[in-house]
Write a protein that binds this ligand. Structure first.
Ligand code: NCD
Length: 319
């Protein structure tokens, strides 16, 4: 089978949202729509990736991302190997490359990698033969999170273009924010950042966003409110006076949500600290919260990414 321009993805790896076109993003989201249906069937598996090997290589803790990549690969019929490496035992640089070379010798077709250092996944992708998917590198990018967020929004609202999305909280340490800012802008949405000054990246306006340091002003008239976790593990020292204060000024509750559009939707990538970033009852309100959808969309988007990145391989075999 020949690859036609509409079905070909012009990237060997998925290292970030940066560099993707609206067409690339739409291709992933459209494929993922089909995988939502497949995942809702009683028999969820197909043999699309039969014979192919996916290695999940996680140098950082993860629950939902790792399990959803595992579920995604299994639903496509791939063989999956999970490797979790305690970050404390890793000496950056050489050890990372050594690990990559060892794994490469096992001929994985896809390597899904999470690493605590920004840029580590890119470095690894230069050394291996298979496709690499970035499952989060430091505070740099987390492309499948932004794609699954986009899918959750697109399925509930019907579009991304023209929406105003507020990303709130610990933006300085967040790869989720960085990937989402880019994806939303590529797809024609407007992005606002809301955070205390200590949790904003330096010169945040350079991202082409509007920046607010108060929830009332920032949430005014927005369609989507995306909350972020306080990334305590990436903070040296304390960036907020106290958790109670933080919730009071920046935690999302119904009162603050009332500044947004009447039907505005709430998101959180998880894991969430209930009562710190978001009011617990609001997080569980299925009319206003997309948090449960985000988890479901995570598997479908990862199936789409695995499918799309292995197409050249599968089509090459079939030719
Ligand atoms: C995010 C991550 O790891 O970057 N979580 C996730 O992938 N579900 C966000 C976070 O850890 O707060």
């Amino acid at each position: 089978m020949k690859t036609s321009p509409e079905t070909s993805f012009p990237h060997r790896h998925l290292l970030g949202i940066e560099g993707l076109s609206p067409l690339d993003i739409t291709m992933v989201l459209d494929a993922a729509d089909g995988y939502v249906d497949q995942s809702r069937r009683v028999d969820k598996t197909s043999d699309l990736m039969k014979g192919l090997t996916v290695i999940n290589l996680f140098f950082e803790n993860s629950t939902r991302t790792r399990t959803s990549f595992e579920a995604a690969a299994k639903r496509l019929g791939a063989d999956v190997i999970n490797m979790t490496v305690a970050s404390s035992s890793i000496k950056k640089g050489e050890t990372l490359i050594d690990t990559a070379m060892t794994l490469n010798a096992m001929h994985p077709d896809v390597l899904v990698v999470r690493h605590g250092n920004s840029g580590a996944v890119q470095l690894l992708s230069d050394k291996v033969d298979g496709a690499v998917i970035n499952a989060g590198d430091g505070r740099h990018e987390h492309p499948t999170q932004a794609l699954l967020d986009a899918l959750a929004i697109r399925r509930r609202v019907g579009r991304l273009s023209g929406l105003t999305v507020a990303i709130c909280g610990d933006i300085a340490h967040s790869r989720v924010a960085r990937s989402n800012i880019q994806l939303l802008q590529i797809m024609g949405a407007r992005v606002r950042l809301i955070a205390p000054p200590t949790l904003l990246p330096p010169k945040a306006e350079r991202f082409g966003v509007e920046v607010f340091t108060d929830m009332r002003g920032g949430l005014h008239d927005v369609d989507i409110v995306m909350m972020l976790r306080l990334q305590l593990e990436r903070m040296q020292g304390s960036f907020v006076p106290s958790v109670r204060e933080y919730f009071r000024y920046f935690g999302l509750d119904r009162e603050k949500l009332s500044y947004a559009k009447p039907d505005a939707l709430v998101m959180h990538p998880g894991p969430m600290n209930r009562g710190v970033e978001i009011d617990s009852e609001l997080a569980d309100d299925i009319d206003r919260s997309l948090i449960r959808d985000q988890v479901e969309m995570g598997v479908a988007v990862r199936m789409a990414c695995l499918d799309i990145l292995t197409r050249p391989l599968r089509e090459g075999v079939a030719a």
